[in-house]
Design a protein around this ligand. Structure first.
Ligand code: 4AD
Ligand code: MG
Length: 472
């Protein structure tokens, strides 16, 4: 049976162990760096010509997969505490040097763009090994947090007939041949009505919360927004908790506590990978002009989130701050500031990175720029919406208290042109013991960007889907 290299590296010298992995490098016909993905570090395997056949040695090269049997001994060399003296090596799969040379497995520095083009093997690199091990730990931590706090995991549909966010940026789901009259009119389609991939599991998560009290979804969501930015994907993962008998303040507290828990969890469980990413970012930034560099390192930014209460301000206060700001007065903002605008990322950046220098929660947005389901405030102009903004990321969480009053919700549906036929079941819950409730959506990849320091969202999801790109 194979042992994992992460466990072997912690062991005292011992005999007769077996490991399997991929060759990172082979030096001097004698020293193999073998990595099995269980951790960042590779183990050194020492090849003894008397024990391992010549034709086997001839096939050991970067990229090849091996099974090694041998003894774990104290290392004579510097750089590692222990190493494996191989008694037997089996080549599982060869890697021809001429093929490896064409690939990112060739041990030299490759650009992130190049690595993306070879996403089928980029997880073999130290960088992407670290990113995707952390991604796993974060997904686990999310389930752990909710489980430990009494939330039930609910599986909401991927194919839906409603557009929860009302932004109309959906992908159609159909079995009808493209361009036919039937397709255009949606007659005789598979579900007997127009359907698309979900943009959010919220509406169904609400149904769960209104029965189970506390619920959450964690699944893929799809948006056909044609924004080719470093923060948007067409397919991304969203975590959406929903809490009954709760208001917008409970929601803000949950969001802050949840994010802090996840960041602390990463620090506690991913320290080796985080140290690597921290150093990597520092080295990368040394190439940049001073004003483009981060004021704080990855680990410092994470610690700053843990050490500070998030600033909580209303949308109107945020607008006032922006109107008083230097960039506004000097006409440096691309998008002009006035009450009623949707905050642009330049505005969010100013508030978080320049003004408050910590995470900011903005509440009570103008009703007109937010979704129909958000609870109307008594001023009649704003809704109990909240966005959590993070340094370097911008909006990481978007959520709200939900409109629980049947009559108000019915009116909002009309105002937002949400057809009653599509949403009757949602309205219905407001008739059977309606209660104040609230929730939010955390973009998993936005969280991953913050925790890894990666600056392009395409580098924190294994196989990104973006405009003109659905490879792998
Ligand atoms: O603010 P959004 O659109 O909120 C909702 O969908 C609500 N239904 C959530 C809820 O209340 N249950 O999206 C939530 C979060 C954003 O804050 C952002 O982090 C992320 O999802 N997000 C994206 N991430 C990657 N690519 C995209 N195209 C994204 N759009 C939103
Ligand atoms: Mg939003």
């Amino acid at each position: 049976m194979n042992l994992r290299i992460v466990d072997v590296l912690k062991k005292e010298p011992t005999q007769n162990i077996q490991i399997s992995g991929w060759v990172r490098s082979f030096r001097g016909g004698r020293f193999i760096a073998l990595n099995d993905g269980s951790c960042m570090q590779s183990i050194q395997v020492v090849v003894d010509e008397e024990k391992v056949k010549e034709e086997v040695i001839a096939n050991i090269s970067t990229g090849a997969s091996l099974c090694v049997k041998g003894d774990l001994v104290e290392s004579m060399g510097s750089g590692q505490k222990t190493e494996i003296q191989a008694n037997d090596i089996q080549i599982i799969g060869i890697a021809k040097p001429e093929d490896v040379q064409q690939s990112i497995l060739q041990p030299k520095k490759h650009s992130l763009e190049k690595l993306r083009e070879q996403a089928h093997i980029r997880m073999r690199t130290n960088l992407f090994g670290a990113v995707f091990r952390i991604r796993h730990h974060m997904a686990y931590a999310i389930h752990k947090y909710f489980n430990d706090n009494g939330y039930f995991y609910i599986h909401t549909p991927i194919i839906t007939g409603t557009d929860a966010e009302g932004a109309g940026e959906t992908f159609r789901v159909t079995t009808l041949p493209v361009g036919t009259k039937e397709e255009v009119s949606n007659e005789n389609d598979f579900f007997g009505k127009p359907t698309h991939l979900t943009v959010s599991g919220q509406l169904e998560a609400e149904l769960a919360a209104l029965a189970l009290g506390k619920a959450y979804t964690f699944g893929p969501t799809f948006r056909a927004e044609n924004s080719n930015t470093t923060r948007h994907l067409a397919e991304f993962w969203m975590i959406e908790p929903e809490l009954a008998f709760a208001d917008i303040h409970d929601n803000m507290n949950l969001g802050e506590d949840f994010l802090k828990y996840l960041i602390q969890y990463a620090k506690d469980h991913c320290s080796e990978d985080l140290a690597f990413l921290n150093d990597r970012a520092l080295k990368e930034e040394q190439q940049l002009p001073k004003d483009k560099r981060n004021e704080f390192s990855l680990l410092e930014r994470m610690q700053m989130v843990l050490d500070h209460d998030f600033e909580r301000i209303t949308y109107s206060e945020a607008i006032d701050i922006l109107l008083q700001s230097k960039p506004h007065k000097k006409k440096k903002f691309k998008f002009p500031v006035e009450w009623g605008i949707d905050l642009q990322s330049e505005h969010e950046k100013f508030l978080v990175e320049k003004h408050f220098k910590k995470p900011v929660i903005i509440v009570d947005y103008p009703a007109a720029i937010k979704a129909f389901y958000m609870r109307e405030n008594s001023d009649g102009k704003t809704v109990a919406a909240m966005d959590i903004l993070f340094p370097g990321i911008g909006e990481i969480i978007g959520g709200s208290q939900r409109e629980e009053r049947h009559d108000v919700l019915e009116r909002k549906c009309k105002e937002f042109n949400v057809p009653k036929e599509a949403i009757w079941w949602y309205l219905d819950t407001r008739k059977f013991g309606t209660v104040p409730h609230a929730g939010f959506g955390l973009g998993f990849e936005r969280l991953m960007m913050f925790v890894t320091g990666m600056t392009n969202i395409r580098d924190v999801i294994p196989f990104p889907r973006t405009p003109n790109n659905a490879e792998f």
